[in-house]
Ligand binder design. Structure first.
Ligand code: SF4
Ligand code: SF4
Length: 370
């Protein structure tokens, strides 16, 4: 009987990888000019770095990193709000990666070191369980991530959570960020490799409008090496044909309509609003805020959050996470990379999360193409 790991290995087959890379060479020959493709997912960068895929790519094909890590794009003032709540005596529960992300002055880890009650959880429902077990405490879930985690947060909120449970939403919505990147004059992206995980919720059909509006091909890709190479092959075919098409190269997980129930629940609970993505831009309709009906569970409504953040960290001003996530720079273009900024002592958010580009490059040798 085939196991999950057998299936994974099937998507790492070296012979097929060689065939696909030869095909990429042929396509680049046909195109005859450099091509810049952007992925919008930390897991794509992990696969590319871990399996050394950049070293297999033909000359002229550049795979840029986009705003694909939800931890990295969480804005500093959002971290500051979570820290302020923790320092004010609330129990703050959040995902592990958020624990160490620097706010303007402090991280949740710093707050915990000073005695605040900060818990690392794996899910929104685990945070709600903490509230149920501690009725005398206010438990705030600092909720981060894209559609993939926003949908489960919504499910918890719509299922009669404990009264002492609330959500500080820093959830973000991917498609508007792709629009902003597509509009940046100095980014020049020829095609997007869209995030397979997020598309399991929203469905690949969601990108139809983007493809039509921006005249750029989008291929939804999975996270095994062959998934990535296959996604690139499809994108190059579109580029060669001068066509802005949409394709699902991850059909084993993604459907056209996505998970309709999860998506409906997400939109019942959240609405989009304009918000700053760390280091990138203020993006219209790219933050997910709780709807009015859920105001009682909204930490921003329930508490008077006033972060006392102190001054700017001078090192943070040198951090170029924003340029990295907009596909304009690589981590080793940052003066702090691997010196002042390491996973043990992160200066910027890109060095904290396992999906952060700087951390991925650092862990795989500081080079993109091992
Ligand atoms: S949440 Fe999942 S799909 Fe979305 S960017 Fe991160 S790894 Fe990719
Ligand atoms: S190396 Fe550190 S400081 Fe530089 S861009 Fe990356 S996270 Fe920011």
């Amino acid at each position: 009987m085939a196991t999950d790991s057998d299936k994974d290995l099937q998507f790492r087959d070296p012979d097929t990888a060689e065939e696909l890379t030869e095909r990429l060479e042929e396509l680049m020959d046909d195109i005859g000019e450099p091509v810049d493709v952007m992925h919008v997912c930390g897991s794509h960068e992990q696969a590319i770095a871990k399996f050394g895929l950049r070293s297999l790519l033909p000359d002229g094909l550049s795979v840029r990193m986009g705003p694909g890590c939800p931890v990295c794009v969480t804005n500093m003032p959002e971290v500051d709000e979570a820290v302020a709540l923790a320092e004010d005596g609330k129990v703050v529960a959040t995902y592990g990666d958020m624990f160490r992300v620097p706010g303007t002055a402090r991280s949740l880890e710093d707050a915990k070191a000073d005695g605040a009650d900060v818990r690392v959880v794996y899910s929104a429902s685990e945070a709600a369980d903490i509230a149920a077990e501690n009725p005398g405490e206010e438990v705030v879930f600092f909720a981060t991530g894209f559609e993939t985690t926003a949908a489960p947060t919504a499910a918890v909120l719509s299922d009669d959570p404990p009264e002492n449970f609330s959500v500080l939403s820093a959830h973000k919505y991917v498609p508007p960020a792709m629009e902003v990147v597509a509009e940046m004059p100095d980014t020049n992206i020829d095609g997007f490799l869209a995030a397979g995980h997020a598309a399991t919720i929203t469905g690949y059909g969601l990108f139809e409008e983007f493809v039509a509006d921006y005249d750029i091909p989008v291929v939804v890709g999975g996270f095994e090496p062959l998934d990535v190479l296959l996604g690139l092959e499809r994108l190059l075919e579109y580029v060669r044909d001068g066509e802005a098409g949409l394709e699902n190269a991850y059909p084993r997980a993604v459907s056209e309509e996505g998970n309709v129930q999860a998506r409906d629940t997400m939109w019942d609970v959240f609405e989009t609003e304009s918000g700053e993505w760390r280091g990138i831009a203020e993006i219209p309709a790219a933050n997910l805020a709780l709807r009015e009906e859920y105001a009682a569970s909204d930490a921003r409504e329930r508490f008077d959050i006033d972060p006392d953040v102190g001054g700017e960290d001078p090192l943070t001003e040198q951090c170029i996470c924003g340029d990295i996530m907009a596909g304009k720079a690589d981590p080793d273009g940052c003066d702090l990379f691997g010196e002042e900024c390491t996973p043990q002592n992160p200066v910027g958010a890109c060095m904290v999360s396992s999906e952060g580009t700087c951390k991925i490059w650092y862990e795989y040798g500081g080079q993109p193409d091992l």
